[in-house]
Design a protein around this ligand. Sequence first.
Ligand SMILES: Cc1cc2nc3c(=O)[nH]c(=O)nc-3n(C[C@H](O)[C@H](O)[C@H](O)COP(=O)(O)O)c2cc1C
Length: 160
Amino acid sequence: MAPTPSPHDPALQLLNSPVVIIGAADGPRRGGLTAAWVCRVSAAPPLLVVSVSPLRHTHGLLRDGGEFTVSVLREGQVEVARLFGLQSGRDLDKWECTPAVRLGTGVPALQDCAARLLCRLVGRHPAGDHELLVGEVLVSEVVGGGPALPMRGTDYAPRG
Ligand SMILES: Cc1cc2nc3c(=O)[nH]c(=O)nc-3n(C[C@H](O)[C@H](O)[C@H](O)COP(=O)(O)O)c2cc1C
């Protein structure tokens, strides 16, 4: 049997994805994380999937909040990817560190980004050490426009 590829497998690295910031809120509690494992999965209704580890602080807020935002980063917004991707909301409120807007029931999203989406959580499915969260897109808006910041190899390998 072929060995299981590592997360840094060079073939898997060719499955490029944009880097996004997922925003979540459950009442007054809010959080967010950087994600690269995100993709569109249905046109009608418009659905997307984001894969989030249950170990993330944001996971519980996503599970309980009912809505989430997706802020698509512009090329050049690497510092924002690092802010949301290399620190946990258990230690700081990341939304205090960057200008934000609120969508829907008050879910935070980036003020400055390529585009913003508001999604309603419509499904959750286990997927190995992550969970797939299915969102129906309720609101979509282009903000600064593309090109989007792509995930590049292992430059931003997930931690936390
Ligand atoms: C570029 C990049 C992409 C990431 N993609 C994901 C992802 O798709 N899913 C995930 O669960 N974590 C991903 N992470 C890791 C989380 O963003 C990171 O663990 C974060 O600190 C979690 O924050 P939280 O504990 O406040 O939720 C990524 C990190 C980076 C830097």
